[in-house]
Design a protein around this ligand. Sequence first.
Ligand SMILES: [Fe+2]
Length: 267
Amino acid sequence: MNNLFSFAEQCLFEADIEQKLAITRQAGQLLVEKNLSFQDAGQILPIARTLFPARPQLRMPRDMPRRRLDSAAGKAAFFHALAHIEFVAIYLAWDILYRFRGLPEDFYRDWLRIAAEEAEHFSLIRRHLLRFGVDYGDLPAHAGLWSHAEDTAIDVLARLAIVPRCMEARGLDVTPGMMDRLRRADDQAGVDILARIYQDEIGHVERGSYWFNYLARQRGLEPEQKYKELILEFYQGKPKGPFNREMRIIAGFSNNEIDWLEACLHE
Ligand SMILES: [Fe+2]
């Protein structure tokens, strides 16, 4: 097997965690070796058929326990939540390249590289979590993340606006604060993992911005205007701030877009 979309199908429609990590690694390796086929084959299965493992049990955010970092249990809950975000991020990267066809080959290369990085992030956090005697799946997790993918399954521009350029961009705002909290809680290994992930996430959001702008222009649309429209249409609730302007600019946001997001906070 060397077809990108067959790999994607195995990742999205089978629940097994180990197999998902192995397939993602294998596809990433074939990409590096230039042995991966991008031949568009077969039908695209509906997003509703995406399969997640039986555990973790998914709960609404309001039913999740608060995470304080002053105990091992609190740290375990914190890293379990992060592991879940990275786990869903593997699906998000695979789904964007699986669902939207006929785009430049570089689009598929970028998102496969991102899927492979998300799988690494997940493995790093899971290993750290195991130090607290907890494995991924042992605790409940946030049910909401995947709903943004389902809501935007019909349009790649909506997906790019909402997933990399809204949800993942939020990670650029909040991660430095998380690293401070971990530092104060004396978890240097945790800080190092977050620092590594942070670097990669800047690149993921940047690819989101790049492809958003590219594909909007290709449709004859003005990217900044389209971004605002899509956020208003698809993002439930207002965007959350404060925004990390410096990092968002590096990740391909324009000053206009960030000004607009900030103005939304005060409406
Ligand atoms: Fe990640």
